[in-house]
Design a protein around this ligand. Structure first.
Ligand code: SAM
Length: 289
């Protein structure tokens, strides 16, 4: 059964009386080249793959052929009869019906993939929760090797931008802290049923074994980063002083100490420069000085 074929997929969905829901981000892949390329980038025969949102199972089937085992989480129980049909001969696939944001993924990985050399997350993500899912996966510090996912093109550019470039935002810094991102290839909207209004891209986030920078207080650093990028047209001094209770003078001193201009914008700072400025401003706070 060729699930990436438009007519085949449409026939299966119709025979089960299934119609896609926009609110669940249900745009199913109907491009025969995309799933093999995603599977090859994410896994090999010793990998356990966690998929989020199998839909009708087109990517799941491909992952099943390449990986050791696939566990896939689907929110929409209406897809049960569809998946029963499409994945009938895939013995290394387990489907869990539930919300990927609410399931204990650390426990699941531990239970399902203990005999795999590595674990990867691979998915054509529902776009309404792209960043929350990716941040949830990274912040939970799950033992995963990579996150290879389809996202909206603009999200791909933001998530994989270089920190210190115009495309960077708070989410770029957060992703970069935990992983190294790259855009693998673009996917036009015609590759989906129904076609979304936006183009897409597949990205690979290779999870770092340890963060790129050392921080005294991770949570506070990410609040600082959010403040840095809250008003993109302002200088770092102005945006941070107005969002956090910090004097302009102290922020200027921190920039000077890191060899940066007082007029610098947040998007001009590298990861280590952001960390240095942060540590200078908040030094001593943790031990109550
Ligand atoms: N993998 C399929 C494909 O490539 O054709 C379907 C991808 S579709 C973009 C996203 C899928 O995620 C849908 O099947 C949708 O029902 C499911 N989904 C949406 N929100 C979810 C959630 N919170 N947890 C798990 N699955 C979810």
């Amino acid at each position: 059964m060729n699930l990436a074929d438009f007519e085949t997929l449409q026939k299966i969905l119709r025979s089960e009386g299934f119609s896609t829901k926009k609110s669940l981000g249900q745009n199913f892949l109907v491009d025969p080249t995309v799933c093999p390329a995603m599977a090859a980038a994410a896994c090999d025969k010793n990998t356990g793959v966690l998929e989020i949102g199998p839909g009708a199972g087109v990517l799941t089937a491909e992952l099943s052929d390449v990986a050791k085992r696939v566990v896939t989480i689907e929110l929409d129980e209406r897809l049960k009869p569809v998946l029963k049909k499409t994945l009938a001969d895939k013995n290394n696939v387990e489907i869990i019906f539930g919300d990927a944001m609410k399931i204990d993924l650390a426990k699941l990985i531990n239970e399902k993939f203990s005999d795999c050399d590595k674990v990867a997350v691979c998915a054509n993500l529902p776009y309404y929760i792209t960043s929350p899912i990716i941040m949830h996966l990274l912040e939970s510090r799950l033992p995963i090797d990579n996150i290879t996912v389809m996202v909206q093109k603009e999200a791909a550019q933001r998530l994989c931008a270089e920190v210190g470039s115009r495309e960077a935002g708070a989410v770029t810094v957060a992703v970069n802290y935990y992983a190294k991102g790259e855009i693998l290839f673009g996917v036009p909207s015609e590759s989906f049923l129904p076609p979304p209004k936006v183009d897409s891209a597949v990205i690979k986030l290779s999870v770092r074994t340890s963060p790129e920078i050392t921080l005294s207080d991770e949570k506070k650093f990410f609040s600082f980063v959010k403040a840095c990028f809250a008003q993109r047209r302002k200088t770092l001094v102005n945006t941070v002083s107005s969002s956090m209770a910090v004097s302009k003078q102290l922020i200027k001193e921190a920039l000077n100490a890191s060899g940066l201009k007082e007029t610098a914008r947040s998007e001009e700072l590298s990861m280590s420069e952001l960390a240095n400025v942060f540590e200078y401003i908040f030094k001593g706070e943790k031990n109550g000085n």
